[in-house]
Design a protein around this ligand. Structure first.
Ligand SMILES: Nc1ncnc2c1ncn2[C@@H]1O[C@H](COP(=O)(O)OP(=O)(O)O)[C@@H](O)[C@H]1O
Ligand SMILES: [Mg+2]
Length: 396
């Protein structure tokens, strides 16, 4: 699990050290830096998956030994499957401290290990060249094994999902990309592989534990997904089918009591919200101990009660051992997580809350803590206080 993320000259952050937990909520005003946190993690994954992060190489030594070729393609790959960040000029923090060559850095703490990568600034480049990659260091400062035994950070190789705020909309057909959905188990940043994934894994069991929905027809993924979708939209069930002779899959919905068993509705004939949240439900339900799940605005297009239930599902994924980091604007999501703590589904220490206050020049954040009753130890100004503010004005 990533328990600390360091950002240096990265977009809105000049320098920040952000503690992360099994369930982390990133909140704050628009443009306050929430998505940038997810993007930083995704950027490291993307660079690693492209073979551009030399985690086991000690660069300065490699350089001294004249091994330039081996490090030539190392660095941050700014544009790829997970994130499209533009070029160096978009990523470098505008007000980097003057003097010297600007460097952009990201660091990740995982238990006793700390990893960091510093890259050089190249205004127009898509790959920012690696300047320095530290070996993992233990908290005592002793170097971890080097060479082939070097420890690869687990967040780079763990099962991973990253769902952007902008996700799939209802469609007649969805892509059938075997490599992404089945080979890698990746739902796509817009959730575009979810239907194919669900079709292929429909009969996988959701393991015993907090993710299992008590009222689902079975422990199988498709029934479990249907039961959780039913929490968000009562009475709904879902089906995912391959289309013979076409590289596409189809999703359909049934509604108890309104349609016969054989008549099903296409996504384009049910509310937008259902299709929009399906990737989030599947990402949470398939999260396992060690998985890393990044979610942008899981509440989007859901009614308030659905938002609270969505938070319960994310809390269940974290309780099952996954790490869930989500950006949210929703009181109902925050409250759903607080309720999960109060009900003992998650320990208070498993929840990390950050409230970002960007002031246009940098990012500042505060981190209210949840106690066993689900209460917060502080309530900074602007932190989900709009309901109260408006009520005061209505009543006053
Ligand atoms: N290179 C940069 N230097 C300084 N600030 C930046 C840079 N790139 C983006 N930003 C700032 O980051 C903010 C956008 O961050 P983002 O994480 O998308 O916000 P959120 O998800 O909270 O809405 C904006 O305020 C933008 O001005
Ligand atoms: Mg955002």
């Amino acid at each position: 699990m990533i328990d600390c993320l360091t950002l240096h000259n990265f977009k809105a952050f000049q320098q920040a050290e952000l503690p992360l937990g099994p369930l982390t909520l990133l909140t704050g005003l628009n443009s306050s830096g929430k998505s940038s946190v997810l993007q930083a993690i995704a950027l490291l994954r993307q660079s690693y998956e492209a073979g551009d992060l030399a985690v086991s190489e000690y660069l300065p030594e490699a350089r001294r030994a004249g091994m330039t070729a081996s490090v030539a393609n190392q660095g941050f790959l700014l544009n790829g499957e997970l994130v499209g960040l533009g070029t160096g000029v978009d990523v470098l923090h505008e007000d980097f401290p003057g003097g010297g060559e600007p460097l952009i850095g990201l660091g990740v703490g995982e238990g006793p290990y700390h990893y960091s990568w510093l890259v050089e600034y190249e205004a127009e480049q898509n790959l920012l060249p690696l300047f320095h990659a530290d070996l993992p260091l233990t908290s005592e400062g002793a170097a971890a094994p080097t060479g082939p035994e070097a420890v690869t950070p687990s967040f780079l190789t763990a099962p991973f999902q990253y769902l952007h705020a902008d996700r799939i909309s209802p469609a007649e057909f969805y892509p059938r990309d075997h490599h992404a959905a089945i080979g890698r188990g990746f739902l796509g940043v817009r959730g575009e592989h979810t239907v194919n994934f669900l079709r292929h894994h429909a009969r996988d069991e959701v393991p015993e534990g907090p993710l299992r929905h008590p009222r689902a027809e079975s422990y199988l993924l498709l029934d479990q997904a249907a039961a959780w979708m039913g929490e968000l939209c009562p009475g709904v069930d879902i089906q995912a089918d391959a289309i013979e002779g076409a590289d596409a899959v189809r999703l359909s919905y049934g509604f108890q009591g309104t349609l016969g068993a054989t008549r099903r509705r296409r996504p384009t004939h049910v509310g937008f919200g259902l299709t929009y949240v399906l990737p989030i439900v599947v990402a949470c339900l398939t999260a396992r101990p060690g998985s890393l799940v990044l979610l942008e605005n899981p509440e989007a297009h859901l009614h308030p009660q659905g938002q609270t239930r969505m938070a319960a599902l994310a809390a269940a994924a974290a309780a099952q051992g996954a790490q869930v980091i989500m950006e949210t604007h929703s009181d109902h999501v925050i409250n759903g997580v607080r309720l999960a703590v109060k009900r003992g589904r998650l320990a208070p220490a498993q929840v990390v809350l950050h409230y970002f206050r960007g002031d246009g020049t940098g990012v500042d954040f505060v981190s209210p803590q949840v106690d066993t009753d689900g209460m917060l130890d502080q309530w900074p100004e602007g932190f989900f206080d709009e309901l109260e503010n408006t009520l005061d004005q209505l009543i006053g």
